[in-house]
Design a protein around this ligand. Sequence first.
Ligand code: THU
Length: 159
Amino acid sequence: MKELDFHMHVLVKQEDELTAEELQLVDEARRATYRSYAPYSHFSVGAAVELADRTIVSGSNQENAAYPSGLCAERTAVFYANSRYPDQPIRRLCIAARDTEGKFLQRPISPCGACRQVLLEAEQRAKNAIEVLLYGTDGVYIIRSIKDLLPLSFDKSFL
Ligand code: THU
């Protein structure tokens, strides 16, 4: 028998410890929450994606009366980035969310499983780690690669 251990490294920064570039991405993600369409959950999520040439694109969650037809902010942003700038690899992603009262979450928001799967493929497509910033008013989690968010993942190497 043997055991496998998977480790994940998370850097936790307070807002005043962020670099100017990090703060800009956090700001874009926070701003994107105000463009969310969330009449059902009233939970507004924003995602900002930084491309290799430093272009920033953002997306927000878009809901639908047929609930599963909606899309999370992360996938909205990543799919938009890859369709608008297919030759620009994604380098960084930041997520922010506001609760049903409109307040930014204290605890850093974490992407859902389906988004992690899409982000993983974006990372493989980019051929470089995508750094993830998870914003909360208590602190910002910085994770160096999507791979860390999805250990033992399924990808095209299995096909
Ligand atoms: N949502 C996101 O956009 N991203 C996440 O990481 C978690 C959940 C959205 C989906 C739905 O519109 C609302 O938040 C409540 O689940």
